[in-house]
Design a protein around this ligand. Structure first.
Ligand code: CA
Length: 235
């Protein structure tokens, strides 16, 4: 059973109302929250604007066909897409086009088969996203290692003690390497909007971070000053 409120929002884009309703009933019985759109164009908008965990997409739709809807969703979003079609030939076409659909079903299919596939794809995606998240908790760049979960920093294996804001600032820059940020931007990103202080705080913190992580603060290896603009983390 899907846990309520978590990873359970499904969008059905299907113009045959009887089929859409049947799919919806079975999915709701399994604990999913389901929304139906009957047109390709409105379905696409809903997919892009909404917060769905999986999409069941019919191929032949009024407005915009399923091929186009699938392609457009894939440009913007990363969630499982199950394509359904009345024609076996279409399935081969979907595969051939490499649209990024995760699965294909030919109508008519049994609703319980659909529910089983939905569950399988959701748990597979959850595992993928989960492992990607875990990997992202550690940032390693040229001898500098940041453990975001433990909030610890090492340089060439030697641990450095950073204050909370020093850690936040360094991590923010390291997560966006080569991107130049102004002091204003960094202040807004790292300090709360309502905190007392000004952009000089950023300069002070950068100086302190450098003293802790740089071998030679006059020739910084990690955080580079871009004169007249701000700072960037060198990749
Ligand atoms: Ca249709």
């Amino acid at each position: 059973m899907a846990e309520a409120g978590k990873n359970n929002k499904i969008l059905i884009i299907e113009d045959e109302e009887a089929i859409a309703d049947l799919e919806k009933d079975y999915l709701e019985l399994s604990g999913f929250e389901v929304h139906i759109e009957n047109r390709g164009d409105t379905g696409l908008q809903e997919a892009l604007n909404g917060d769905y965990n999986l999409i069941i997409l019919d191929l032949m739709l009024p407005g915009t066909d399923g091929f186009e809807v699938c392609r457009k969703i894939r440009e913007k979003k990363d969630m499982p897409i199950l394509m359904v079609s009345a024609k076996k030939d279409d399935i081969d076409k979907i595969r051939g086009l490499g649209l990024g659909a995760d699965d294909y079903m030919t109508k008519p299919f049994s609703p319980s088969e659909l529910v089983a596939r939905v569950k399988a794809h959701l748990s597979r995606y959850e595992r993928l996203v989960g492992s990607a998240k875990e990997a992202n908790e550690i940032i390693e760049i040229r001898g500098l290692k940041i453990d975001k979960t433990a909030r610890r920093v090492w340089v060439n294996g030697e641990e450095k003690n950073l204050t909370t804001k020093e850690f936040d600032l360094l991590t923010f820059l390291a997560e966006h390497p080569n991107h130049v940020y102004s002091k204003d931007e960094l202040f807004r990103q790292v300090w709360n909007m309502d905190s007392v202080g000004d952009i000089a705080t950023v300069t002070v913190h950068i100086k302190k971070i450098r003293e802790k992580i740089e071998f030679d603060t006059s020739k910084p290896q990690y955080i580079e000053t871009i004169w007249g603009v701000g700072y960037r983390f060198k990749m």
